[in-house]
Design a binder for this molecule. Sequence first.
Ligand code: ADP
Length: 446
Amino acid sequence: MFEKVLIANRGEIALRIHRACREMGIQTVAVHSTADADAMHVRLADEAVCIGPASARESYLNIPAILTAATITGADAIHPGIGFMSENAQFAQMVEEHGFTFIGPTPEHIRIMGDKVTAKKTVLDLGLPVVPGSPGPVETLEEAIAVAEHTGYPVLIKAAAGGGGKGMKVAWSADQLREAYQLARGESRAAFGNDQVYMERYLSKPRHIEIQLLGDMHGNAVHFGERDCSVQRRHQKVVEEAPSPALNAEQREFIGNLAARTTSELGYRGVGTMEFLFEDGEFFFIEMNTRLQVEHTITEMITGIDLVREQIRVATGAPLGYGQSDIRFHGHAIECRVNAEHPETFLPSPGKIDGYHAPGGLGVRVDSALYDGYRVPPYYDSLIAKLVVHGTTRNECMMRLRRALEEFVIGGIDTSLPLHRRIIAEPNFINGNYDIHWLEHLMAGK
Ligand code: ADP
């Protein structure tokens, strides 16, 4: 087992990883920018190293500074968390080359899944259904038009290096495609430094269903069920729940087992998530995230398994030690992502927290690095808290979530708490009757 782990991240996820380490008797090293000197992850870690100025490029994305911090503190392993370096194959490789363990998959798997065109091809060859579209990257506008004629409109142009819903454009006709194609390429060049795009049929009413996976270094893999992440805005998740109210037992078992089998065939190690769109009873793979996900919490609530602990354990080379039938599911869980932003305009709202009260009680979990008087910096992701609620049934879970949202106070800045209170009072949410476009239609008053 590792003695000391460096956590190359910040905010609630750095804290989440610190907690798992402490419970495993592992010492932690926090790294931070000058803007995060007073952050909770820095306060709680055993050691802390300042790795650069506020700009993420010069601190949390600064590979030499992170490796130096690991060297001077004598860490055994580096956990990349979520975002920042977590899906950077070069970073994973350099971590290993410098003699540390990277708590995550091999650089090769990160590379394959990081290029979404290669990812789709790889899983298609292993028997997973994918969204119909271009067989590879689409290099010219003429090719784009030919693909659209073949798949039929509407089509979606997506960035091969995509993430966070960036570089995605819908086209309903050839005329729209002409414009959307150039826009998508420009946007992906700006966001990812890579303007390669591919195309998919644009599904009109799918749900986003993803499978939580875990593989070890010995070819074993299991799944921990699905999460329904269809409540989205601008292709980004807002509320997630597990299990999905849209799947029956047979569909659930089918997609879980298929994803676990594929993970094992890939020889994949660590935690990972295969994301699918689900429409008219059919699943279509869209991508695999080769890291922990923000919403891993709801899976933990219904399985009772600490996924970060499992992630660390398999990174040491330990075998899973259990099989699929040992994983049991209990009740229902929902997560609300609370952002520092205006609930209607979505404008970022950094600043000083003036008054903080987190809800508690049976089945209520708050993952957050906030405290009263803390100043939310303007430089990073706006996620400031995850409210995660568990109940024996979906109804109990929703009633508990409603009262937890009533209790939650985050003063001094705008947050998305009012948006969550609105979502959970909506009859279509209560009935589980929503798809990936539902929230945007609701907000637009449609
Ligand atoms: P990213 O990596 O940018 O998050 P994804 O491929 O994971 O991109 O897609 C993000 C979201 O975009 C999905 O959850 C879904 O809401 C929407 N989306 C992706 N592909 C399609 C598609 N073919 N049709 C309709 N919506 C899609």
